[in-house]
Design a protein around this ligand. Structure first.
Ligand SMILES: [Zn+2]
Length: 60
């Protein structure tokens, strides 16, 4: 049986990318801080993530 890797039932490709990016950030910087702190690398990375998600939402 051949598995079709592109088959993602019930999931948009957008959502898959979001999850992938989220996992990446968690691995690199750890979980998002409860409050945003200026100068915190983790918070900055997550704010970049937010802006990427927002931009993609507007386009798709
Ligand atoms: Zn932080």
């Amino acid at each position: 049986m051949i598995k079709n890797k592109t088959k993602q039932k019930g999931k948009s490709i957008e959502e898959v990318h979001e999850r992938w990016l989220m996992k990446k950030l968690e691995n690199l910087y750890g979980k998002r801080c409860p409050d945003y702190e200026t100068g915190c690398g983790c918070c900055q990375a997550w704010s970049v993530y937010d802006s990427i998600i927002d931009e993609n939402r507007g386009r798709l």
